[in-house]
Design a protein around this ligand. Structure first.
Ligand SMILES: NC(=O)c1ccc[n+]([C@@H]2O[C@H](COP(=O)([O-])OP(=O)(O)OC[C@H]3O[C@@H](n4cnc5c(N)ncnc54)[C@H](O)[C@@H]3O)[C@@H](O)[C@H]2O)c1
Length: 424
């Protein structure tokens, strides 16, 4: 591991820092709630002396979070939560200009990825901040000596929360974790509007296709999937949804989308996007049915939603077609285009979510870290929700930053809603 300056870290090139700084400043302008929290943190120092390791997508928004945590007194170390999502210029800036040790290089191989996760763990964290649970799982399986020093953790995404709940159920989870993803001000906005917009952005930057008139298949109608479907529809696509949950399939139907099994959708789709958090959602039986020129992309957390080994097996040749687009030629001559190696396309070929939406996600992260410092001793080895008061406070601050004010209940209305006897 190369030490890139006085500050430890492993980044592509410190000379990129100036570009990274401008990107961070641009993002910061769109993050008013985080700015307010940072101001308070500077005064109150709620994280003073706390060693915090964060495994997050290293983007300009994350950099502003890392600086907020540091300004709140934490000793922060950052590593990437995905090999393709790092913005090298931002990683350079964090090391050079903010002295935050950062271990992240866009395109790093698997071994380097885990070396970076372990470098973040070498920091002996008292708080872990995860996006996908790689810090927690590495700690409890391979770095068990450091587990007793951890007071708690936070988790950013749906897939991470699912993994953590499974760990809590079988007793593997060794410290409390706050499910930031489950805060309303997180998933209703980040997953829906953030993933919705940035997934389309990633597909457009990679392919420059005209979306209007295309048959656009979205696998999974969860918070992310409905965002992607909504935005694809807005661009004029004929959107088809596939689902396994009948309630969500019904929602998709009533939102105006066609719903069908993937085996049917495979025959007609021009673009396929998986956002399920599941594996092999697109597999051999689907690739075999796809039209010549079909484009497949993933926006779910792990690169297992598209069965890439199956695609490789079915193909006779492959070559890069454009940056982030790989052409697979099937044995019968059809071509299938895989975007971004099947990794989160919004972060692989675009810049991830817009800062304005990450403002709320990272406000939740900051306040959840503060909450852990105050309350960890009262918590068990479980997955906890973000306290409702934090969620509401973030929504209120976000609205105010937009110059929008919601109504308040009158005392009579409060009484009416709290009582069962009125209205009879
Ligand atoms: N790209 C990003 O930046 C980003 C942002 C947030 C979340 N995520 C990730 O996206 C994934 C989805 O997150 P979410 O919040 O929408 O989760 P969710 O649980 O709200 O939705 C997932 C949906 O997929 C459906 N599903 C599961 N298996 C399926 C299958 N085989 N075929 C069709 N549908 C299937 C489920 O029934 C569910 O409705 C997760 O991996 C999450 O971590 C990515």
């Amino acid at each position: 591991m190369t030490s890139t300056s006085q500050t430890a870290g492993d980044v592509r090139d410190l000379a990129l820092a100036e570009h990274g700084k401008r990107k961070m400043e641009w993002a910061n302008q769109q993050m008013p709630v985080l700015q307010l929290i940072r101001k308070r943190f500077i005064k109150e120092q709620p994280l003073k002396g706390v060693r915090l390791s964060a495994c997050l997508h290293v983007t300009s928004e994350t950099a502003n979070l890392a600086v907020t945590l540091r300004d709140g007194g934490a000793e922060v170390v950052l590593c990437a939560s995905n090999p393709l999502s790092t913005q090298d210029e931002v990683a350079a800036c964090l090391v050079k200009d903010y002295s935050i040790p950062t271990y992240a290089i866009k395109g790093e191989d698997n071994a380097t990825y885990y070396a970076h996760v372990n470098a973040a763990i070498d920091h002996r964290p008292q708080i872990t901040m995860d996006d996908g649970a790689d810090l927690v799982t590495t700690l409890v399986t391979k770095r068990t000596d450091l587990v007793p020093g951890v007071i708690g953790g936070t988790e950013e995404t749906t897939t991470g929360v699912i993994r953590l709940r499974a760990m809590a159920n079988d007793g593997t989870l060794k410290y409390p974790v706050i499910a930031v993803n489950d805060a309303l001000t997180k998933h209703l906005f980040d997953n829906r509007y953030g993933t919705g917009q940035s997934t389309i952005d990633g597909i457009l930057r990679a392919t420059n296709l005209l979306i209007a008139g295309l048959k656009f298949v979205v696998a999974g109608y969860g918070w992310c999937g409905r965002g992607v479907a909504m935005r694809a529809k807005g661009l004029g696509a004929d959107v088809i949804v596939t689902e396994v949950n009948p309630v969500r399939a019904l929602e998709a139907v009533m939102d105006g989308f066609r719903v069908m099994p993937m085996c049917e959708a495979a025959k007609v789709g021009d673009i396929f996007v998986t956002v399920t958090g599941n594996k092999s959602v697109l597999s051999s039986e689907h690739f075999e049915r796809m039209k010549d020129g079909a484009v497949v992309a993933n926006s779910g957390h792990f690169n297992v939603e598209i069965d890439i080994p199956a695609l490789e097996k079915l193909s006779s040749a492959r070559r890069p077609a454009r940056p982030f687009v790989e052409e697979f030629v099937m044995k019968d001559g059809r071509r299938i285009y895989l975007l971004g190696e099947g990794r989160l396309i919004n972060l692989a070929s675009a810049e991830g979510h817009p800062a304005a939406v990450m403002d709320m996600s990272f406000a939740n992260q900051s306040l959840a870290a503060e909450y852990l410092v105050k309350h960890a001793s009262e918590l068990e080895r479980k997955v906890y929700p973000v306290p409702e008061a934090i969620d509401r406070q973030i929504a209120k601050l976000k609205l105010e930053s937009m110059g929008i004010y919601a109504d308040r209940l009158s005392p009579e209305q409060e009484q009416y809603l709290a009582s069962w006897s009125e209205g009879t």
